[in-house]
Design a protein around this ligand. Structure first.
Ligand code: SAM
Length: 219
C-alpha cells in the first residue's frame, strides 16, 4: 500500500476516533506560523500517550522535547488536578509558543516547561518525586543518555516511551542517516540488553511516514 493511503487513513482515524479539538489544532497552527518543523506526534499517537498516562494512573510525567506543546497537551489532559507534567525544551521560541498553547488550553497550571538543553535540565530534577511516565522525543543522539535519566528519575514500573525508533529502517542500516540513526540504534540495543528495561518497538505508518516508537517499563 502506498504511503498516501496511510496518511489518508490517519486523517480518517483522527476525525472518526481521536477527535483532536481546537486547542490541539492551535498547537499545530501556531507551530507552523512560528516556522517550526512539523515534527509533533501524529494525533493518534498523541491520543496513545494520553491513554498511557490515564491507564497507568500517572501523576508525574516527564517529557523531553516540547516543540509547541502538542504531545504535552494530550498528556496533561489525562493528569489529575494535582498531577504535574515537566517538559524540557531547548529553544526559547518553542517554549514560549508551547507556554501559550498550554495556558490557552486550560492545563497550564499542571505543566512546568523547563527551557534548556535536556542534559543540563535533567540533573535539576533529581530529588523530586519519581516520574511515572517519561516521553523522550528530542535529539536522537542523546536517546541512550535520556534512557539513563529515565531510570534515575523514575522507579520500578515507570513507563518510558521513546519516539522515532524505526526511522524508515535506518537503525538497521545507520549509514542511511549518519546523524540520527546511530543514536536510535544504540538506544534500542540498550533497551534490549539492559536488565533495567523491559521493552518492545511498534512500527507505525501514516502522515509521519514509516516510523515507530519503543514502549518500555523500568524493572
Ligand atoms: N514532543 C513534541 C510533540 O510531539 O508535540 C515534539 C518534539 S520535537 C520532535 C523535538 C523538540 O526537542 C524540538 O522542539 C527541539 O527544539 C527540542 N530539542 C532538541 N534537542 C534538545 C535538547 N538537547 N534538549 C531539549 N530540547 C531539545
Amino acid at each position: 500500500r502506498s504511503q498516501p493511503g496511510w496518511a489518508a487513513m490517519e486523517d480518517w482515524i483522527s476525525s472518526t476516533v481521536v477527535h483532536p479539538d481546537p486547542a490541539l489544532e492551535q498547537a499545530i497552527t501556531t507551530a507552523k506560523d512560528a516556522g517550526m518543523p512539523p515534527i509533533e506526534v501524529a494525533p493518534n499517537s498523541g491520543k496513545l500517550l494520553q491513554l498511557l498516562v490515564g491507564i497507568g494512573g500517572a501523576r508525574r510525567v516527564l517529557e523531553i522535547g516540547t516543540l509547541a506543546g502538542f504531545s504535552a497537551l494530550w498528556m496533561a489532559r489525562a493528569l489529575p488536578e494535582d498531577g504535574r507534567l515537566v517538559t524540557i525544551e531547548y529553544k526559547a521560541e518553542h517554549a514560549a509558543v508551547a507556554r501559550k498553547n498550554l495556558d490557552d488550553a486550560g492545563v497550564g497550571s499542571r505543566v512546568d516547561i523547563r527551557q534548556g538543553a535536556a542534559l543540563d535540565v535533567l540533573p535539576t530534577l533529581e530529588g523530586e518525586e519519581p516520574f511515572d511516565l517519561v516521553f523522550i522525543d528530542a535529539d536522537k543522539q542523546n536517546n541512550s543518555n535520556y534512557l539513563e535519566w529515565a531510570v534515575r528519575l523514575g522507579r520500578p514500573g515507570t513507563v518510558v516511551v521513546l519516539d522515532n525508533t524505526v526511522w524508515e529502517g535506518a537503525p538497521m542500516n545507520p549509514e542511511q542517516d549518519p546523524v540520527n540513526a546511530p543514536g536510535i540504534r544504540d538506544s534500542l540495543e540498550l533497551l534490549g540488553a539492559d536488565p533495567r528495561f523491559d521493552a518492545t518497538v511498534i512500527q507505525t505508518v501514516g502522515s509521519k511516514g514509516w516510523d515507530g516508537f519503543a514502549l518500555a517499563v523500568i524493572r
